[in-house]
Design a protein around this ligand. Sequence first.
Ligand code: CUV
Ligand code: SF4
Length: 639
Amino acid sequence: MVEKKALKPKKEIELKDLTICDATQQMLAKARRDGVETQFDRAAGMKACPIGADSACCKHCFMGPCRLNAKDPYGKVGVCGANIDAIQARNFGRMVATGTACHNDHGMAMLDIFRDVVQGKIKDYRIKDVNKLVSISKEIGIETEDRSVQDIAMDLYHELEKTYTQVEGELPFAKRVPPKTLEMWRKHGIVPRGAMREIMEMMSRTHIGMDQDHTNLIKQICRTALADGWGGSMVATEISDILFGTPSPVSVEVNMGVLKEDHVNVIVHGHEPNLFESMLASVNAPSLLESANEAGAKGINLVGMCCSGAEVMSRHGIPHAGNFSSTEPILVTGAVDAMAVDVQCIQQGLVKVAECYETELITTNPRCHLEGATHIELDEHNPQKCTDEIVIRAISRFKNRKFPVEIPKKVGIGVHGFSHEYINYMLGGSFRASYTPLNENIINGRIRGVAGVVGCTNPRVKQDYVHVELVRELIKNDVLVVQTGCSQIALAKAGLTSPEAAALAGPGLAEVCETVGMPPVLGLGSCVDNTRILIACSEMVRTGGLGDSIADLPVAGAAPEYMSEKAIAIGQYFVASGVYTVFGVTFPVTKGTNFEKLLFEGLEEMGMGKWGFNPDPHEMARMMIAHIDKKRQALGIDK
Ligand code: CUV
Ligand code: SF4
């Protein structure tokens, strides 16, 4: 056993420097009083490894691990002779492989449920959006005329399964890619076959003694990432819409104030919507409501966090309690009776915090347990067995609450749940529609361009601050912002997802927003729903007037506070699809190397988008707007 020293932050950082979220600040103050540690404390006590931060180390074999010197990147090579570019490219490739694996794992789980629903083996869920089932089927070439929903659905299942398992050919949603973009991918040999194959090849090629040419590795990096965006993530979004309903705008309350002192509070945190859907049924079960009342509660209050929260918020208007960095602080309220989690972004630190307040922390998925948490497995064939049990435990925790409850009285109200279909519909009618209304407004210059601002929060930077500043700057400059994940929650808390926020937009964007009554910041859902942005981009290309590939569009993307490998995979699939994508916090490359140059310039020369990096929100906005203007100029629509 290795003795590990307890992490002790040297000096106490002021709370206002950790987060701009008032509720989280209030809970961090309470955590300090209560002697409870969160990710903010652990980050202060753990300096990021400078060699790893530059991606200048390799542990792919046991002649090493090897460390290179980022200040003199070409002065040294690994024991095997691998140079800095091979090492960084391999590291980057493995990050993309892991992120892609996560999203595909999630998408595949959704597809498994879909199959069992169609075959009648799962009775708790059913096909909710038949229109979407039919339209997606048509798009990928499935015959739908005069056929039963069941038959179409089964064909769709078999077709989409290829997303994961196909060994040769192009994955099904390649059919949705604008032809010129697809042609560019074919030229480079990067159209994904099936995700399993791409991830396997990525892992294989990063083994010692395999691919050590970063210009060749980058192709597999792109192909793997595309098997996320146009593969697993897209399947997750579309199948979830078909099973649980396609979102349309709904007004939602966001922030810790959605907890209710006199209710049994249940939080669902994670990524797969099925846990949440079953929990919804459980908290509404009359027998459980009755026992909650008997325990002295006014009711059962179900709220979401992180991505599953963002997804059901968009789909059903369920209140959302906060993003990633708030998942520990919210337990400090003492008001959370149970937190049910499934997969992804479930930090192990939750276990200790939950213990401190005797909150029931329950893992539900066989592929994500936490040592020290209770595991109650959710079986999709009888999901309510699990969720009922969680609610029963929550009620009993409520009855025996031992701690004074302190709930920050903070709630932001905004409108969420925009799909690209809805954006077009919403903008329809009011404007001359020779193209689509969205394109028309971009061409006439009222909307300068579109920016996707997405991704995590990260205790290495002030929580929510970079998201909010960046988005404010973008809308002020008439850039319409679309959002997913934890970023969307940051803006919702800051009040920018309400139609009134149009007042903060530039004159052109404000006019469009006011005419249709929409906010300048449109929330689309969870991280896998970034694929809604890909589809929106394809739609913008297809309807005309803005060039003929995604790389021609006046759009840009950003993940200003990212922390996960999934974010790297998402960034890479946007770049490979043609989008300029800027990340904040830190970037895992060594400055001044050929691999850095390839990511930040070379990919664009190959016809794709490119990466950008800047931790400062205002600089980031400037870079994105300059790119949008460059594209407008190339299209001849600059004024
Ligand atoms: Ni998938 S990946 S912290 S919950 S957005 Fe939130 Fe979102 Fe990042 Fe995780
Ligand atoms: Fe070192 Fe090469 Fe082994 Fe990496 S693969 S640890 S660089 S010897």
